[in-house]
Design a protein around this ligand. Structure first.
Ligand SMILES: Cc1cc2nc3c(=O)[nH]c(=O)nc-3n(C[C@H](O)[C@H](O)[C@H](O)COP(=O)(O)O)c2cc1C
Length: 146
C-alpha cells in the first residue's frame, strides 16, 4: 500500500505540515509505505495548455510538461492513496494546490467522450487548515467544501 502525502502549503513545521505529518504516522502505523512531498520545494506551474496529453498517440494520464510536477503526478496516479493538505488562502486552497489539481485532472480528462482515461483508483484524503472561526466557516464557507 503506497501513500503519497503532499504538502501544498509553503510553511514547513506549521499547521498544514504538522497535520500531514500526523496523517503520515497514521498511514505508516496502518502498514502503508509513504512518501512525503513538499510542493513548495519544487519548481512548477499550472497547466500550460500544451495539449501534448491530448494527442492521439499520447500515453494516457501522463503530463508531458517537463518540470518538477510531472513526476509527482506520475507518483500520485500509481499510488494507492493520496493525502493532500493545503492552507486556505482567500477562501481557496493555495495556488500550488490548484496548479497540481489542474495538471493531475487535465491529463486524465478524455477528449474522446466518456468520463476520463484513468481506470485505477487512488483514495484521497484532504487536509485543509485555516484561521476562520467555526461559526464563520459554517456560515460562509462550508458549502464550497461539501
Ligand atoms: C495569503 C493568505 C491568505 C489567507 N486566507 C485565509 C482565508 O481566506 N480564510 C482563513 O480562514 N484563513 C486564511 N489564511 C490563514 C491560513 O489559512 C491559516 O493560518 C493556515 O492554517 C496556515 O497554514 P500553515 O500554518 O500550514 O501555513 C490565510 C493566510 C495567508 C498567508
Amino acid at each position: 500500500m503506497k501513500t503519497i502525502i503532499v504538502n501544498a502549503g509553503p510553511r514547513k513545521g506549521w499547521n498544514t505540515d504538522l497535520m500531514l505529518k500526523e496523517a503520515q504516522k497514521g498511514a505508516e502505523a496502518a502498514g502503508a509505505e509513504t512518501e512525503y512531498i513538499d510542493l513548495y520545494d519544487l519548481t512548477f506551474s499550472g497547466c500550460r495548455s500544451c495539449l501534448e496529453c491530448k494527442r492521439k498517440d499520447a500515453e494516457k494520464c501522463r503530463c508531458y510538461w517537463d518540470d518538477d510536477l510531472s513526476p509527482v503526478i506520475e507518483k500520485i496516479l500509481s499510488a494507492d492513496a493520496l493525502i493532500i493538505g493545503s492552507p486556505i488562502y482567500m477562501g481557496q486552497p493555495t495556488a500550488g494546490f490548484r496548479a497540481l489539481f489542474e495538471r493531475l485532472v487535465f491529463c486524465c480528462l478524455s477528449y474522446d467522450g466518456g468520463n476520463g482515461y484513468f481506470n485505477g483508483r487512488v483514495n484521497v484524503g484532504l487536509v485543509y487548515t485555516m484561521n476562520s472561526p467555526k461559526k464563520y466557516f459554517d456560515r460562509v464557507m462550508k458549502a464550497s467544501f461539501a
